[in-house]
Design a protein around this ligand. Structure first.
Ligand code: B12
Ligand code: SF4
Ligand code: SF4
Length: 379
């Protein structure tokens, strides 16, 4: 028994995929070159993921030596919600409202589980007729966007995302790598849908899209919230109220605004659009990992959630709220110098005192005390 592409696509769609495409499993040599070039230029900001071993992450035969084809799938995710801290990314929040931080749309629910389930349905069908098939999505093993592009699921947007006709870029992507001979050639690439539009380049709050299709991760907020160490001071104000991910270059994108809304899917419940900052800063390590463990957190260390929360708090909190001053004071006394350093930033930006500060001689804390802190603009 064997399957044709239409049957496999139908199996994937029944399994939950919103778009399915097919292509050959030859190495993605142009992407390997791009990874190497960007790494040399420092644009990867020290990231590992697909950058760790470009030859490996661009050759599907590393996942399955007998691979000849890819079945690429996309699952749509829900769109952006507005900030709860007043209008847009506000520098002040109403005194009677606890400060919130915003979670990027792709991270609000476990869309990757839905995606992998749809891809697994395809893999199971291939297994059932004697073929080998391996599912990969958002791993270090394959460049998902290059696969989606080759399979003609979408076009490369200038924001470097793949845009799927009628769905836009609000999709997560993955593949089934198989030895089933379901393709002999690649489909025609989809026509470019960006045209003269430049909205994502203009709309990025940090200027991270340095050329159409090229992101400098050193400036990208989606990376900075995941990066280890001290949060780059140059981008702390631009972080606004984002605690995880950044949607600006997707939000401004016209195809995303025009997209046809997804069907109501009980598997995909918007679970986590906003995080209560004070609650986060009052939580234990165990509580933080149980609530946010699905996110990429450097070394699985909850201190990075607290670091990000302090940077956001500095942007959105009401300094006259006693609960806010209590969590800032707690940060100033924290045994971890990185948390104390961000506590100093937060206290200074909110114009709260530093009397509770301990361990001021630590180099990270000293550097923070010497830094100039931009004042908050009243709105
Ligand atoms: C590392 C990574 C990041 C990094 C770096 C992003 C980047 N642009 O490279 C950071 C942490 C910043 C990031 C952020 C986000 N990410 Co990310 N990320 C990845 C990861 C793990 C690897 C991507 C990679 O290899 N990049 C390396 C470079 C070389 O790739 P590239 O930018 O795509 O380069 C190509 C284009 O430049 C194109 N190209 C070349 N010349 C030209 C010229 C023109 C004019 C154009 C338009 C294109 C073009 O060819 C290059 C080579 O193929 C993938 C998962 C995976 N395993 O693939 C997810 C992935 C790319 N991320 C994803 C998502 C959802 C996001 C965010 C939207 C999340 C968020 N809301 O915060 C943001 C978007 C930021 C952005 N504008 O890219 C999705 C993308 C979905 C889609 N529709 O495209 C992926 C595929 C995860 C998944 N499996 O669904 N991400
Ligand atoms: S995710 Fe945010 S910071 Fe990164 S390129 Fe897009 S708009 Fe810029
Ligand atoms: S904002 Fe405009 S240029 Fe950027 S990806 Fe969307 S359509 Fe393309």
């Amino acid at each position: 028994m064997s399957f044709d592409r239409a049957e496999l696509a139908a199996i994937g769609r029944r399994g939950g995929l919103d778009a399915v495409g097919f292509c050959t499993a030859e190495p993605f040599t142009e992407t390997a070159d791009a990874l190497i070039r960007r790494k040399q230029a420092g644009l990867h900001a020290g990231m590992q993921f697909t950058y760790r071993n470009p030859q490996r992450s661009t050759d599907p035969q590393n996942l399955l030596p007998s691979a000849v084809a890819l079945v690429v799938g996309a699952v749509e995710y829900e769109a952006q919600a507005v900030s709860l801290n007043g209008e847009g990314v506000s520098d002040s929040s109403p005194a009677d409202v606890t400060p919130f931080a915003r979670v990027a749309a792709y991270a609000r629910s476990d869309y990757y589980t839905v995606l992998k389930k749809g891809l697994q349905a395809v893999a199971d069908a291939l297994h059932s007729c004697g073929h080998k098939a391996v599912v990969t999505a958002d791993s270090n093993a394959l460049v998902d966007r290059a696969a989606a592009h080759r399979a003609a699921i979408g076009w490369w947007g200038k924001n470097s995302n793949i845009l799927v006709p009628s769905l836009g870029s609000l999709v997560v992507l993955g593949s089934v790598v198989t030895d089933a001979p379901i393709v002999t050639s690649n489909p025609e690439p989809l026509p470019d849908g960006c045209g003269t539009c430049q909205k994502c380049l203009e709309g990025c709050p940090t200027g991270a899209i340095i050329a159409p299709g090229t992101v400098d991760a050193r400036r990208c907020l989606a990376w900075l919230v995941q990066a280890e160490g001290v949060f780059d001071p140059d981008y702390r104000v631009a972080l606004g109220d984002r605690i995880y991910g950044c949607d600006d270059c997707s939000d401004v994108c016209p195809p995303n605004r025009l997209r046809i809304r997804r069907k109501s899917d009980p598997q995909v419940v918007d679970q986590q659009s906003f995080v209560e900052l004070l609650e986060l800063l009052e939580s234990s390590d165990e509580e933080l990992l149980s609530r946010f463990g699905r996110w990429y957190i450097p070394r699985r260390e909850p201190r990075y959630l607290r670091r990000n929360a302090l940077v956001v708090l500095a942007n959105v909190a009401d300094p006259s709220d006693p609960r806010t001053s209590a969590v800032v004071e707690q940060a100033l006394r924290d045994p971890d110098p990185m948390i104390r350093a961000h506590g100093v930033w937060c206290a200074r930006r909110l114009k709260l005192g530093l009397t509770e500060l301990q361990g001021a001689d630590d180099p990270l804390v000293r550097a923070e005390l010497q830094r100039s802190v931009p004042s908050r603009v009243a709105v």
